[in-house]
Design a protein around this ligand. Structure first.
Ligand code: NAD
Ligand code: TYD
Length: 366
């Protein structure tokens, strides 16, 4: 893989939105380690899901800057693009949790649709006035999206490809679909150099404990019930977050503008089987926990409204065009992840705030 500096002799200057969240912070760590000459500016509103502590190890680096702010703030974005001379936007900022989108959809439309539009408009103007006239070869707006825009599959349907029609079913996936359409239109209409990636369920370090895997790990550590929605037979494809970062790396360095790529982990698992795997790992790695075996805590709860049955990614395009494949199996990735949550009580304990408890009570009806 070529380094961004070697490519043209000049470092990239990235604006990473949502860089204090789960995938964004993993990406920022990955990028700063791999491409230390590149400048990385993180813009993050530090919502409940954003955590500056995720970036603590980078705060004193010369080529790193954290900016607290909202992607809907056009004046701030214009200023950052200009003063930091940004050529690459890596756009992760979003409201990202399906259950919250069912309870409070407003923020999803605001951040995911209006926020993406605001960023796109600012980047379009910068591209037209500065990047394009100067033949800036790094110029890129990378939009990180989800496989959920494609809707739900039956057990026998073929996996999603880049040409599968959009059929979003939740306010979250509908708002991400809206943002994808805007990004696509900005390339088609204005020629803005954009790329869209649609990935499957990520997991790994720094994931907020509302999502399935960290929620199960933390509830096991606290001896709390493990809430499995419906019959537990829903299927997700699981992508280790560092594999996602390597996929974004090849996309940024090798893809043509206007492309879209599906990114998957090649790991389709039923929810109940995944939870059982997590329980077995926890039994092995933390045998001293009060509830043993941990699967005694599994509790089937009321299903999520509109719950998509199955997601599956066909990642042939990124494999054949860009040579990317995931390197971590679900067994390896889950082990690393359980170890991380066991080690990092200091990270997750402060997140179980009053806001989190309120959300938990509302969502799980307890
Ligand atoms: P996350 O919820 O962990 O982090 C989102 C980050 O965005 C937070 O740091 C938050 O503070 C910030 N943010 C939210 N609203 C903002 C705003 N208006 N302005 C600036 N910052 C704001 O999300 P994640 O899991 O890291 O997901 C990152 C991206 O990847 C999202 O676009 C999501 O749709 C997409 N995605 C996630 C997954 C997954 O499994 N987590 C799967 C597919 C796609
Ligand atoms: P989640 O991590 O919320 O990701 P997404 O809904 O974006 O796929 O959920 C993954 C799967 O796990 C999904 O089918 C819903 C299910 N789930 C539960 O069964 N219980 C839970 O408490 C949570 C959060 C999710």
């Amino acid at each position: 893989m070529v380094s961004s500096t070697k490519e043209t002799g000049t470092p990239r200057r990235l604006l990473v939105t949502g860089g204090a969240g789960f995938i964004g912070s993993n990406f920022v760590h990955y990028w700063c380690d791999r491409y230390p000459e590149d400048r990385v500016v993180v813009l993050d509103a530090l919502t409940y899901a954003g955590n500056r502590a995720n970036l603590a190890a980078l705060e004193n680096r010369e080529n790193f800057q954290f900016v607290s702010g909202n992607i809907c703030d056009r004046a701030l974005i214009d200023r950052l693009l200009a003063t930091e001379n940004i050529d690459t936007v890596a756009h992760f900022a979003a409201e990202s949790h399906v259950d919250r989108s069912i309870l409070t959809p407003d923020a999803f439309v605001q951040t995911n649709v209006v926020g993406t539009f605001t960023l796109l408009e600012a980047f379009r103007q910068r591209w037209e006035s500065v990047l394009k006239p100067s033949n800036e070869s790094h110029a890129l707006f990378l939009h990180v999206s989800t496989d959920e825009v494609y809707g739900s599959l039956s057990a026998t349907d073929p996996a999603f490809t880049e040409t599968t029609s959009y059929t979003p079913n939740s306010p979250y996936s509908a708002s991400k679909a809206g943002s994808d359409h805007l990004v696509r239109a900005y390339h088609h209409t204005y020629g803005v150099p954009t790329i869209i990636t649609n990935c499957s369920n990520n997991y790994g370090p720094y994931q907020f404990p509302e999502k399935l895997i960290p929620l199960m790990c933390i509830n096991m550590l606290l001896g709390k019930p493990l809430p499995v929605y419906g019959d537990g037979q829903n299927v997700r494809d699981w992508l280790y977050v560092v594999d996602h970062c390597t996929a974004l790396d090849v996309v940024i360095h090798q893809s043509q503008p206007g492309e879209t790529y599906n990114v998957g982990g090649n790991n389709e698992v039923k929810n109940i089987d995944l939870v059982q795997m997590l329980c077995q790992l926890m039994d092995e790695l933390a045998p001293q926990l009060p509830v043993h075996p941990a699967n005694k805590l599994i509790t089937f709860v009321k299903d999520r409204p509109g719950h998509d049955r199955r997601y599956a990614i066909d990642a042939t395009k990124i494999k054949t065009q860009l040579g990317w494949t995931p390197s971590v199996t679900v067994e390896q990735g889950l082990r690393k992840t359980v170890e991380w949550y066991l080690d990092r009580r200091d990270w997750w304990k402060p997140l179980l705030s009053e806001e989190y408890q309120n959300y938990y009570r509302q969502n799980y009806d307890i």
